[in-house]
Design a protein around this ligand. Structure first.
Ligand code: C2E
Ligand code: MG
Ligand code: MG
Ligand code: MG
Length: 280
């Protein structure tokens, strides 16, 4: 009997595997056609200086407008896009779309674009960025590239060269999700990042005693290394007060604004500026 059950189990398992492979294949196919049919859209979330309340930049966050499933969030499809290589055409589209849309904003406001480690493979990222800047006419200093430390873990010499090439175009480099990776802190000396973005899990854990200590430490680390320090995931006034008190120079989170379509940016975040220009 036990043997029979084992066989059933194995068959069931195989069936599950088959189905999983089929589902993955389906996702890959629909992701491929999504690139061709331009089913992607960027939403934007503001990053502000907590002292002046001024918007410094907007982070471009990718959404997939799936014909059947509606809006799909990046966590659901970026891993597949990375595995299949589709992240390259998608990433190039994100870069040029973000640069294009940033042209409509006040000139002191930058746009931040997330770039995956896979986009560094082969060394083509600087030319993709250059192309986006040249085609749109956005000055390099208005673009910020957000990377995670995984970029530095895979053939880091090549990645460092590319980061320097980006820097030479005036582009700012931010280290995203800081504190969640597994490498040593020495990579902070390998490349002089412009910005340290503390992962939002730290703000989420502020009610724990060691949570506070970690946030203080990250603020000090960024300050010592001369970087802009960003606290992500600010949802409450208490969290905001705490990170300001610790010296974070930038904040981002639902308290100040959720990611919104580009068409709503001016009225949502620059209503006053719009009103005065209309009066003039
Ligand atoms: P990320 O770069 O760390 O972006 C921040 C994420 O936190 C966003 O999720 C944002 O909506 C969310 N968030 C912001 N403020 C708050 C808050 O106060 N509370 C909470 N609970 N969440 C907040 P989203 O848009 O789902 O993006 C998830 C991740 O997908 C991003 O994390 C980024 O790693 C990746 N991603 C997004 N767009 C792109 C892209 O164009 N290219 C690549 N390669 N990755 C992207
Ligand atoms: Mg980011
Ligand atoms: Mg982040
Ligand atoms: Mg994240």
């Amino acid at each position: 009997r036990a043997k029979g059950e084992g066989r059933d189990c194995a068959r069931h398992f195989e069936k599950g595997m088959d189905q999983q492979i089929r589902l993955r294949q389906e996702l890959e196919n629909s992701l491929r056609s999504a690139v061709e049919n331009k089913e992607f859209v960027l939403h934007y979330q503001p990053l502000l200086s907590p002292t002046t309340q001024q918007v410094c930049s907007f982070e471009a966050l990718l959404r997939w407008q799936h014909p059947q499933h509606g809006i799909v969030s990046p966590d659901k499809f970026i891993p597949m896009a990375e595995e299949s290589g589709l992240i390259r055409p998608i990433g190039d589209w994100v870069l040029s779309e973000a640069c294009q849309q940033a042209l409509a904003w006040p000139k002191h406001v930058r746009v931040a674009v997330n770039v995956s480690a896979v986009q560094f493979r082969g060394g083509a990222l600087p030319s993709s960025v250059k192309q986006a800047l040249e085609q749109t006419g956005l000055p390099g200093h208005r673009l910020e590239i957000e990377i995670t430390e995984s970029v530095l873990l895979t053939d880091s010499i090549d990645a460092l060269e590319q980061l320097h090439a980006l820097r030479n175009m005036g582009v700012k480099i931010a280290l995203d999700d800081f504190g969640t990776g597994y490498s040593s802190l020495s990579y902070l000396r390998a490349f002089p990042f412009d910005k340290l973005k503390m992962d939002r899990s730290f703000v989420k854990n502020l009610h724990q005693s060691d949570g506070m200590a970690l946030v203080n430490t990250i603020a000090d680390l960024g300050k010592c290394l001369g970087m802009v320090t960003t606290a992500e995931g600010i949802e409450t006034e208490q969290q905001l007060d705490y990170v300001i008190q610790q010296g974070f120079t930038e904040v981002q989170g639902f308290l100040y604004g959720r990611p919104i379509p580009s068409t709503s940016i001016m009225e949502t975040h620059f209503a006053k500026a719009l009103a005065t220009t209309n009066l003039n």
